[in-house]
Ligand binder design. Structure first.
Ligand code: DC
Length: 248
């Protein structure tokens, strides 16, 4: 399998600045599960030729690596150690499909299950894990720019971002979208079960004391219920053109 590495996120060997380079434009896209952030962020990054940070994948990887390494579910420092040592590569295979490698092993499917999402949500509530992942996330901000997808991109990780989007959709619409996504991947789930999981995850992500899911004060709130992917992408690109001087 041909594998093109787009971003290698092995721990840097030289000290990194504590915050991202303010000259690199970052578009922060936050929102709850199933709001379409991932798809929109990918399309916007492709349209602008920007790098992409799927920060949720990092939390999913920490949870997976933690369980592989036998770290106890409630061991915050243990998970932070795993986060600091994550050996991860994001790339494309020969067929143009996204691939995620953890210590050289393809975990693309393993990190996308609902169970992996629930585990990720649990480790994401651990403050030392969030701190451990901060400089790793900052390292994605490279020229010509970055689209960062997550829960706290605009509030914590890239607070200086010139364009912050908070993308949302009704819980019913989000469950329907997620159902289709998982069905297309050959996974069997029910809409009712998904709705329940989405509500539980939203509650956990928005009620945790550290970096809770919430819109940044200067975020543009975009409700994608009833909109097509293209309509949302067009709105984000129009905002990018008006807010980011380097984009025409
Ligand atoms: O976006 P996702 O579903 O892949 O994220 C998985 C979990 O990780 C989600 O429940 C919340 C958490 N997360 C977070 O706390 N902060 C982020 N920036 C991204 C994800």
């Amino acid at each position: 399998m041909a594998f093109v590495i787009h971003a290698v996120t092995a721990l840097p060997t030289i000290p990194q600045p504590p915050s991202p380079n303010p000259l690199i434009p970052v578009i922060a896209i936050d929102g709850p599960s199933g709001s379409g952030k991932g798809t929109i962020a990918r399309r916007v990054a492709t349209a602008l030729g920007f790098h992409l940070l799927d920060s949720g994948a990092l939390y999913r990887l920490v949870a997976l690596a933690g369980s592989q390494q036998g770290v106890a579910a409630d061991d915050q420092q243990g998970h932070a150690r795993v986060a600091r040592g994550l050996e991860v590569q994001f790339g494309m295979d020969g067929a143009g499909e996204e691939r995620v490698l953890l210590a050289g092993t393809d975990v693309t499917r393993a990190i996308r299950t609902e169970a992996a999402g629930a585990e990720a949500s649990r480790v994401a509530a651990m403050p030392p894990v969030r701190t451990a992942l901060l400089s790793r996330q900052h390292a994605f901000a490279q020229p010509p720019g970055l689209v960062a997808d997550g829960r706290d991109m605009g509030t914590v990780v890239f607070p200086g971002s010139p364009l912050k989007i908070y993308l949302t959709a009704s819980p019913e619409e989000r469950a329907r979208r997620r159902h289709k996504q998982l069905k297309d991947k050959g996974l069997t789930v029910t809409i009712a079960g998904l709705s329940q999981e989405i509500r539980e995850r939203d509650l956990r992500d928005s009620s945790r004391p550290v970096a809770p899911l919430r819109p940044a004060e200067d975020a543009v709130i975009l409700d994608s219920t009833g909109l097509t992917i293209e309509q949302v992408v067009d709105q984000v690109l129009a905002l990018a053109r008006s807010r980011l001087p380097a984009i025409s």
